[in-house]
Design a protein around this ligand. Structure first.
Ligand code: DGY
Length: 320
């Protein structure tokens, strides 16, 4: 039987690539080079399926130019904001993602961002690393303690729930806002707010875990940042588009926010040089799910979705 033709846009883990090569006629990208828009379109025109990451943009015009041959976009990501789901659906292209498997890894990074921001991790590391650590006193590099503070979760989906569980380990009181209130066994004592405003007022640390959609672009902006308690900490491991970075810079500069811990930015790769110029910010290069275990699991989950599709079954993680 001829194997379906599959394009894998980025370098994946060796065992994931080996399984893909066993079951599909795969075009790999061994140099892990980012495709240009035209290269992506041309490559997708020659295959039945594509396994992309969030780094490949499938906008409505890209989908239209790819044309009729492509049957499925099996994402190697839980986020699907890089794919125009409406356009894909209209073009008859199935779209899947990789939920669940990256919740632990992302929750770990959220804790790292929270602690890095609260305890001035970037400043401390830079000082020791550069050989400029020449002073110590009880008044030196004093940060904010998170133990027993209020941890606000915006978006209590899978990642939000695991992150809340980790924050409970620091004795933090969990607050959340979500479209729907969770059942008691998932809520585990977390305090539900039926409005974003209600959540913001109670968040000593606010951690973002909602998907990036047209409706919530810039949901964290000058107006919403003003509703946080003074000297709060913002953590974003979801998507850069959720935050108005100019308003964030103002809040970090004025002292309204004590600090921020960010793994995601409006411009990726690269980040924002104006954010990078601030001391009270701890930053990482979008590595929330970048562990060996999670990368393996994401790759296998994307392949499971492809396998189901080509067996004529409904893929488990179909989003369009
Ligand atoms: C995701 O899965 O959405 C992560 O951000 C990595 O792409």
């Amino acid at each position: 039987m001829t194997k379906p033709k599959l394009l894998i846009t980025r370098k994946l883990r060796p065992d994931v690539e080996a399984r893909a090569a066993r079951d599909y006629d795969v075009t790999f990208n061994p140099e892990d080079r980012l495709f240009t828009r035209d290269e992506l379109i041309a490559a997708c025109r020659t295959v039945d399926a594509v396994l992309p990451c969030h780094s490949e943009l499938f906008s409505a015009d890209v989908i239209a130019e790819i044309g009729a041959g492509l049957k499925i976009i099996a994402n190697h990501s839980v986020g699907t904001d890089h794919v125009d789901l409406t356009a894909a659906k209209a073009a008859g292209i199935v779209v899947t993602n990789t939920p669940d498997v990256l919740s632990d890894a992302t929750a770990e990074i959220a804790m790292l961002c929270m602690l890095g921001a609260a305890r001035r991790g970037a400043e401390g590391d830079a000082m020791v690393r550069s050989g400029q650590w020449n002073f110590w006193s009880p008044a030196f590099m004093v940060g904010r303690q998170v133990t027993s503070k209020r941890f606000g979760v915006l978006g209590m989906g899978r990642v939000g729930q695991v992150t809340a569980e980790r924050a409970r380990g620091f004795g933090m009181e969990i607050h959340y806002h979500n479209r729907r209130r969770l059942p008691e066994h998932l809520e585990k004592g977390a305090i539900y707010h039926d409005s974003l405003e209600g959540l913001l007022a109670c968040s000593d640390v606010l951690s973002l875990h909602c998907p990036s959609t047209a409706e919530n672009a810039g949901i964290i902006n000058a107006k919403t940042l003003a509703l946080l308690p003074d000297r709060a900490i913002l953590v974003n491991t979801a998507r850069g588009a959720l935050v108005d970075e100019t308003a964030l810079i103002d809040a970090l500069t004025s002292g309204k926010l004590f600090a921020a811990g960010l793994d995601v930015f409006q411009t990726e790769p690269g980040g924002n040089p104006k954010l990078a110029a601030l001391q009270n910010i701890f930053m990482l290069p979008h590595i929330g799910s970048a562990t060996e275990e999670t990368r393996d699991a994401m790759g296998y989950r994307a392949l499971d979705n492809l396998d189901a599709y080509f067996k004529g079954e409904e893929p488990h993680d179909r989003v369009a």
